[in-house]
Write a protein that binds this ligand. Structure first.
Ligand SMILES: [Zn+2]
Length: 87
C-alpha cells in the first residue's frame, strides 16, 4: 500500500514537471515577435510637401541639406527641393 502511494506521488511529480515544461514552452513562444515584424515593415512616412502619409517602401526618398525626406511623388520632391533652396 505504501509503495502504491509512492508511485502515485512520483506520477504527480512527473505530471507537474511536464505541465510546467509545456507552460514554459508556450510562454517562450509568445515572447517571439511574429506579428510586430510585419507591422515594422509597413512603416509610414510623411510627405512634407502635401502632408500625406505613404508606406516607406513606396515613398521617394530625397536627401536635402543632409536630411532625409520622403515624398509621395517626384513632383512633390521637386517642389519641396525648390521651396527649400529658395528660402
Ligand atoms: Zn506629396
Amino acid at each position: 500500500m505504501r509503495r502504491f502511494l509512492l508511485l502515485l506521488f512520483l506520477f504527480f511529480l512527473v505530471y507537474r514537471l511536464v505541465k510546467n515544461l509545456l507552460i514554459n514552452r508556450r510562454d517562450r513562444r509568445s515572447l517571439v515577435p511574429g506579428d510586430s515584424s510585419q507591422i515594422g515593415s509597413k512603416e509610414m512616412v510623411k510627405d512634407p510637401q502635401c502632408n500625406t502619409y505613404i508606406p516607406k517602401d513606396e515613398a521617394i526618398s530625397r536627401r536635402i541639406r543632409g536630411q532625409s525626406y520622403y515624398f509621395c511623388s517626384k513632383e512633390c520632391a521637386q517642389r519641396f527641393k525648390e521651396r527649400k533652396s529658395a528660402s
